[in-house]
Design a protein around this ligand. Structure first.
Ligand SMILES: *[C@@H]1O[C@H](CO)[C@@H](O)[C@H](O)[C@H]1NC(C)=O
Ligand SMILES: *[C@@H]1O[C@H](CO)[C@@H](O)[C@H](O)[C@H]1NC(C)=O
Ligand SMILES: *[C@@H]1O[C@H](CO)[C@@H](O)[C@H](O)[C@H]1NC(C)=O
Ligand SMILES: *[C@@H]1O[C@H](CO)[C@@H](O)[C@H](O)[C@H]1NC(C)=O
Length: 292
């Protein structure tokens, strides 16, 4: 396997996409909200007009299945009695209050540095069921102020370009491309299998190359030169963070297009009526579909 970009291997699985929505509690206790562009100005100390009404504000974040999600809640200067709680809306579970976590699920943790204005809910090894809305509830002197974070879990997917099967002539090149998408953190590896055998490093067969370009949309190219009848079969692309994807490769002796024609016509096969040849074709087609 050849990783074209050298940085690709060091990428942490824990990386996650997150959104910062700065919230400030004013001295009167209401949370105020800077727009995204103003946030930078605020951080740089150039205070500009502050947008009001951040109570019930909503932000969206995306995290990859298996990765780590950081749900930020920036509250300014809390009054002495101020308390920050995280609540999961799905089941109204109070996950944390202050720095304490009220769940047996050890994937949840509140990150808060001394003197920091950020109360981040960290969720490790995110699962599909973590998808949903979380409320950061801040009790202030004037009442409860809420900030909602919508966490969306993205599930990386792999697929091989082309339809479910691929036809090549004897002696030609089998060329397959596997795409891994919806994967903000690229997969750590992409392995190719011919039936049950991993062929990335296959030295006995020879003429096989795998080139993988990791990215948000990872592309892995398999090249098998000098196709023989033995190279027919099931080819599977298996990435570290997805379900595998498969395609069937048929290596045939030049003009043997029968299989291809047969399959192309299966949707119209009920239209075929009389001759014995046609019945034979129908039988073969049904067997093919029955076996799938
Ligand atoms: C969050 O996502 C919802 C729909 O999923 C959308 O309507 C809303 O505008 C998004 N909010 C932000 C701040 O991007
Ligand atoms: C997550 O929830 C949103 C709606 O809140 C839904 O549109 C989306 O399909 C869900 N994703 C998963 C992976 O369940
Ligand atoms: C924030 O909004 C909620 C719901 O609309 C309301 O009950 C609460 O009093 C508001 N908090 C403040 C401090 O105004
Ligand atoms: C191909 O092989 C993979 C892995 O062995 C298997 O999961 C998949 O079902 C097979 N696909 C077909 C079409 O036979």
């Amino acid at each position: 396997m050849k990783w074209k970009r050298t940085g690709g291997m060091g990428i942490q699985l824990a990386a996650a996409v997150f959104w910062m929505l700065p919230l400030i509690t004013s001295s009167t206790g209401d949370i105020r909200h800077h727009g995204a562009s103003r946030a930078r100005g605020w951080r740089a100390g150039t205070q500009q007009t502050v947008e009001t009404a951040a109570n019930n504000s909503v932000s969206n974040i995306t995290a990859q299945l298996g990765g780590t999600a950081y749900l930020h809640c920036l509250v300014g200067h809390l009054s002495e009695r101020g308390q920050v709680s995280w609540i999961r809306k799905r089941d109204w579970h109070i996950l944390s209050s202050g720095k304490f976590t009220y769940t047996n699920d050890e994937r949840f943790q509140v990150l808060h540095g001394e003197g920091s204005e950020d109360w981040t809910l960290q969720i490790k090894f995110v699962q599909k069921r973590d998808n949903g809305t979380y409320e950061c509830q801040v009790s202030t002197r004037t009442g409860i102020v809420s900030h909602y974070v919508r966490l969306q879990i993205v599930v990386p997917e792999a697929f091989i370009l082309g339809s479910g099967e691929h036809h090549v002539d004897l002696g030609s090149v089998i060329h397959l491309i596997c795409i891994v998408e919806k994967s903000p953190t690229p997969p750590q590896y992409v392995f190719w299998y011919h039936n049950d055998r991993m062929i990335n490093y296959d030295a006995t067969r020879g003429g096989i190359t795998v080139e993988t370009e990791p990215g948000a949309r990872t592309q892995s190219r398999l090249t098998v030169r000098g196709a023989t009848l033995k190279d027919s079969g099931n080819y599977t692309c298996s990435a570290s963070n997805t379900e595998p994807a498969s395609i069937h490769v048929f290596v045939s002796e030049g003009s043997n297009k029968m299989a291809a024609i047969l399959r192309r016509n299966t949707s119209a096969i009920h239209g075929i009526t009389t001759s014995a040849t046609c019945l034979l074709l129908l039988g073969t087609a049904l067997m093919h579909y029955g076996l799938r």
